[in-house]
Design a protein. Structure first.
Lengths: 218, 833
């Protein structure tokens, strides 16, 4: 499903350069739930950015479902991401001017699948137990509720891969547990591949496989 | 509604204050542009309709010199040459109950075949011929002035009253004619000749169906045959530069408005960077994001346009009075009463609103498009990027300056190119402003630290750390203030030049003139002789103003009988070598005013052709003199030269040089009492003329005060918008400061200091830009528009005003955000996220 081979990434910091990833290689199978762990600044977010096609590696290659992401043009990457990848951010990153329903339906709308929106959003709202908040704006929701909406948004268009960057980083233990139950349930039910960057041992414990980012580098 | 449309609209609804400020900025810019356009159009339309009242339906006009046309020419054309289809007209302005009316004298018999101005009973000749001093007017006009039909009508001309009889009403064929006839009185020719002092003369002979080639061969050399269209065009060209300058000033307001849009859109984009990054991560393409931002700007533009159009229409009513007054003061008599709003004006304003908005929003939209869809973005990276871009922008700014200089060098006479280079200079300065701002902050920082301690240091850092937000607002304010400085310096330079010129030019003690100096009948010669013989009078010089009609347009000629000493009052810009007085006083030699020389590209040593009573004659130009009295230009010649070529003994004005011990004002009182009672003469002392001239000068520039006020209002809105956005963004930072122990008052001082600092920087930057603008306005725009040259007069007041105004504007704009910040509950902001 995901193959990374010798992926390196360096960022310029003023006049010096900081190596974030150095010859990272990785393979994740379809339907697998993989947790990536590492200390702050170890490159977890950069790794997810490169897999999502949000950023490009300086060297090496990234293949998802046999398609080499790093050789695609910007527009092609955008369209691929739109269709096949779902993303969950640490700070929820809901669009404040859209309602809960609209936020969840965003991926479907961008993929021009408007006819599916109503059914799919209703189904997901039931799943995340927020049916009564469908017309609320994000600033009216608690942190846990916002993250549930963010997860629903990430999977609404049935992507084959969901990338989550510290999805429970800002949540209390109980909410974290509920969120991870939800993610795991989706992984099991839909066979979605799940790649989660996390500090949390509890989150990692639910994964099929845990990778330490330091060990991925040559 | 599509996602691309929903996102910007929801954003605007969620941030109504920000949207409202942007709308106010656009609306003010559009209001100024539209108001000026409506005013210009209304003035043009008023001129067209009033001239159409005289020349409606004619193909050509026969025009005479200053005294009009000898009426025997008309008789000869009809009787001797058998030419039909001619319309003799006598026209001039009279005053009725304080309003200006055009009195048009027509030949009822010539009119009967043409149906030029129909009357209610469909018989033109009867009412006009049935009674002495009979006039016709529109029934609506009669109602407006509460006049009965029939009734007496008192009209005034040159201070003399005439009693006319209203005998009937006019029946206009259509709305255009109704509009043109609103302030018109129709009489027969002889009545008009008596009232207007034109016995035996006609104003024009209009060709309705007569063959112009036949007429051209039949008329004497003392008159000119011109196409009717060219006459209107010439008069329209007279005010072209005036209208153009007003339009340019109004566009300046729009440029500042565009900066405001740019400011608002940039802030809106920067604030939503994270949101855009999420959208990009979710699959929105760069192009979709670009379109969404542009759409947001367009929504604002359209609302701004609607508000601005209403405000502009309202504003135009006030401006019309000012512009109408200026046209009457400087160009020709005209009554502008109706505000004429056309679809073209509205269309132009809408197009400008859309263009300015889209142009201003393009950069922020591009910025949004470039948003990197990463999992995290660091704010400091944005500010670092801004600082890097600023270096490039300042290089671009310098290039704009070079382009402006090249444009000025290679476009010798074009006013549009002059304004183009002014625009390039403004843009160049705008691009350099951010770099200047950074340097100034590094200089001001230690000073504020010394005087205000922590708060001063934090204020400087606050402005510097939010460069992406603050620099556009500072630029907009700097441009608005520099426009005020530039225009103020230009006006004060102009005023100083006019004052100096008047001081030199007005050498005589008392001036007497006919109320209408171009009248065919002049001042009674016995009166002149009587006044000259008075013991208080040392000497006098006489003058005769005439308008010569040439194919290229009218030429103002001033024939002056003066002595050598008085001739020195003409300050010469350039002259032929040697003493030019002998040639001027004894030969066919003239001196021309600077605008005349500039417009016709003439100089001392050249020749000018003038239409005399015996056909066109060539006159040598001995010198070019300063003259701020008319932007159309004047040809001055000695009276003896005039008498050799024109059979016109009339004197229309004269100047008296009094004995040393005679007080001019006392002498005027005595003269008024003893000699001038009942005469249509205007008598003024040297001092009064000077004061009146400067009063007219100041009235001419009143309109720029309005425009300057609007420009600064737009800039204040810009600063307010920027500060409000910055404070909103830094709410958490301020909450932390409050939590750490900063009092609400200290927070208020911090925010107000930041605003004041932005104002100070804008004010300092505005000074050099204002000076450059003043230089361009004085030496390029004024020169190319009106042909005047003048010195740049620099006083400290405009610069002090610039800095004080700039700080005041910024502090006023910062008051609301400062109070909001000081009054907020820190807990609410600290809970966020």
């Amino acid at each position: 499903m995901i193959v990374l081979k010798d992926v390196s990434k360096t960022y310029a910091e003023g006049r010096s350069a900081r190596v974030v990833l150095e010859a990272v290689s990785l393979q994740v199978d379809a339907g697998e739930f993989v947790a990536v762990q590492g200390s702050s600044g170890s490159g977890k977010s950069t790794l997810l950015s490169i897999i999502a096609g949000l950023d490009l590696p300086d060297s090496g290659f990234v293949e998802i479902e046999g398609r080499r992401i790093n050789t695609m043009g910007e527009r092609e990457r955008t369209l691929y991401r739109r269709e096949s990848i779902g993303i969950v951010f640490q700070f929820f990153s809901l669009i404040p001017t859209l309602t809960v329903s609209e936020n969840i339906g965003l991926g479907l709308e961008l993929n021009s699948r408007e006819r599916e929106i109503d059914t799919r959003v209703k189904y997901l709202l039931d799943k995340i137990s927020l049916a009564d908040r469908r017309n609320s704006y994000p600033d009216r929701l608690s942190g846990g509720e916002q993250q549930r909406v963010a997860i629903a948004r990430a999977i609404a268009h049935s992507p084959t891969l969901v990338l989550a960057d510290e999805p429970t980083g800002n949540l209390d233990e109980e909410t974290e547990s509920n969120i991870m139950d939800l993610l795991k349930q989706l992984n099991d039910l839909q066979g979605t591949t799940l790649l989660v960057a996390t500090h949390s041992a509890d989150v990692a414990a639910r994964a099929d496989r845990v990778l330490q980012i330091g060990e991925l580098q040559r | 509604m599509s996602l691309q449309a929903r996102l910007p609209i929801r954003h605007l609804l969620k941030h109504p204050l920000q949207a409202a400020l942007c709308i106010v900025g656009i609306a003010l810019g559009i209001a100024v542009v539209l108001a000026i356009d409506i005013t210009n159009e209304s003035a043009r339309k008023a001129f067209k309709t009033s001239s159409a009242a005289v020349s409606s339906g004619s193909t050509h006009s026969i025009l005479g010199g200053g005294r009009g046309i000898d009426e025997t020419i008309y008789t000869k054309l009809r009787v001797d040459h058998g030419i039909r289809g001619l319309r003799p007209v006598v026209s001039g302005y009279v005053t009725v109950a304080g309003s200006r009316f055009m009195l048009i004298g027509i030949d009822p018999f010539a009119e009967s075949g043409n149906r030029w101005i129909p009357v209610e009973n469909d018989a033109v000749s009867l009412p006009l011929l049935s009674k002495d001093d009979a006039v016709l007017l529109l029934s609506s006009t009669a109602r407006m002035f509460g006049l009965d039909i029939p009734s007496k009508l008192d009209v005034q001309i040159s201070g003399v009253n005439h009693s006319l009889n209203i005998v009937g009403t006019l029946k206009p064929a259509d709305d255009l004619q109704r509009h043109g006839l609103r302030n018109v009185l129709i009489s027969d020719i002889s009545t008009a000749q008596v009232v207007l002092g034109m016995l035996g003369r006609l104003s024009t002979i209009e060709l309705i169906s007569a063959d112009p080639r036949r007429v051209a061969t039949a008329i004497p050399e003392s008159v000119t045959l011109v196409p009717s269209e060219s006459r209107s065009l010439t008069i329209e060209q007279m005010t072209r530069a005036f209208h153009l300058n007003l339009t340019a000033l109004s566009l300046l307001a729009l440029v500042i408005g565009a900066f405001l849009i740019y400011n608002t859109m940039t802030l809106a984009v920067l604030k939503r960077r994270e949101q855009f990054a999420v959208l990009r991560a979710l699959g929105m393409t760069a192009r979709q994001l670009f379109g969404s931002v542009i759409l947001e700007a367009l929504v604002l533009a359209m609302i701004g346009f609607c508000v601005g159009a209403a405000a502009g229409f309202w504003l135009s009513k006030s401006l019309l009075q000012m512009v109408g007054g200026t046209i009457n003061d400087l160009y020709f008599a005209m009554e502008v009463q109706t505000v004429s709003l056309t679809y073209t004006s509205l269309g132009k304003a809408a197009a400008l609103a859309v263009f300015a908005t889209v142009a201003a929003a393009c950069l922020p939209a591009w910025e949004a498009m470039r948003t990197t869809p990463a999992f995290s973005s660091v704010r400091s990276n944005i500010e670092t990027g801004v600082r890097k871009n600023n270096a490039l922008l300042s290089i671009a700014g310098l290039n704009f300056g070079i382009a402006a200089a090249l444009l000025l060098i290679f476009s010798e006479y074009s006013i549009i190119a002059g304004f183009g280079s002014l625009f390039l200079i403004i843009m160049g300065f705008a691009l350099i402003t951010p770099v200047l701002m950074v340097h100034m902050l590094s200089v001001i920082g230690p000073l504020l630290n010394r005087f205000m301690g922590l708060l001063g240091r934090m204020a400087v850092r606050g402005v510097g750390a939010s460069l992406s937000r603050t620099q556009v607002a500072v630029t907009a304010l700097a441009i608005a203030v520099s426009a005020i400085v530039g225009v103020s310096v230009m006006i004060s330079s102009f005023r100083a030049s006019v004052d100096h010129w008047l001081g030199n030019f007005l050498r005589a003690d008392v001036y007497l003139a006919q109320q209408a100096v171009h009248k065919a009948s002049g001042i009674d010669p016995t009166l002149i002789a009587g006044i000259a013989a008075r013991p208080e009078v040392d000497s006098l010089s006489t003058g005769r103003w005439v308008t010569l009609q040439e194919k290229s347009g009218p030429i103002q000629l001033f024939a002056v009988d003066l002595e050598r000493a008085a001739f020195d009052s003409y300050q010469l810009v350039s002259e032929q070598d040697g003493d030019i007085w002998p040639a001027f006083s004894g030969h066919d030699t003239v001196i021309i005013s600077e605008p005349f020389a500039y417009r016709r590209q003439l100089e001392a040593g050249d020749v000018v052709q003038l239409p005399t009573d015996s056909g066109e004659k060539t006159f040598s130009i001995a010198g070019v003199f300063y003259d701020y009295g008319s932007d159309q230009g004047v040809v001055a010649m000695h009276r003896s030269t005039y008498d050799r070529h024109w059979k016109d003994p009339v004197v229309s004005s004269f100047a008296l040089y009094l004995q040393d011990d005679v007080d001019a004002e006392d002498f005027i009182d005595r003269l008024n009492r003893e000699t001038l009672t009942g005469r249509a003469l205007r008598i003024r002392s040297n001092r009064t003329i000077r004061e009146l001239s400067l009063e007219i000068f100041d009235r001419t520039f009143t309109i720029t005060d309005v425009l300057r006020l609007l420009a600064i209002s737009i800039a204040v809105v810009g600063i307010l918008s920027a500060l409000a956005a910055i404070q909103l963004e830094r709410a958490r930072e301020f909450a932390v400061l409050r939590a750490l122990g900063l009092s609400p008052r200290q927070l208020w001082i911090l925010v107000t200091t930041e605003s004041g600092l932005m104002g100070l920087i804008a004010g300092i930057i505005a000074c050099p830009l204002g000076l450059v603008m003043a230089w361009v306005l004085v030496h390029i725009i004024n020169r190319r528009s009106f042909g005047w040259s003048m010195d740049l007069s620099i006083h400290p007041e405009p610069w002090i005003t610039a800095i004080v105004l700039s700080i005041a504007a910024a502090v006023v704009a910062g008051l609301y955000p400062a109070s909001k910040v000081a009054g907020m509950l820190p807990s609410s902001s600290l809970r966020y996220e």
